[in-house]
Design a protein. Sequence first.
Length: 146
Amino acid sequence: MPLVIDGPCQDLTYKIIGLAMQVHNELGPGHREADYHDALAIKFKHADFDFEDEPDVLIALDSGEIVKIRRPDFVVAQSIIVELKGRQHQMTKDDQAQVIGYFAAPPECHVALFFNFGRSRLEYHRLFPPKNVKVYQRQKWGKPTE
């Protein structure tokens, strides 16, 4: 029996996963990521979800100086990051690290859903923020922690 982890926003994450499955079933693999993005946005609108499409996520130094602006595909209900890929290969740890990096920036999200529509079966993962994102990133990339 697979391990099921209850997490924040569980009901909403299941609904989002269901909508992503609908998109994958309707479009199938082989499209560009933008096609899946637009299709999922339509599904969110029809489901009357409160979501932001490609919101600005600010990457900043400890001093507060902005380094870069990144844009996850969606933020749903101001608490769930949704990131999409349309690749034929499986998702990698580097892809996962990109999503975890979004946890380091506002808005403070409690869970992320990471989808890959490019395979014959929809691939998805629920990710939770590490207790300290910066420490996690330093450990992942072999930098010393403070």
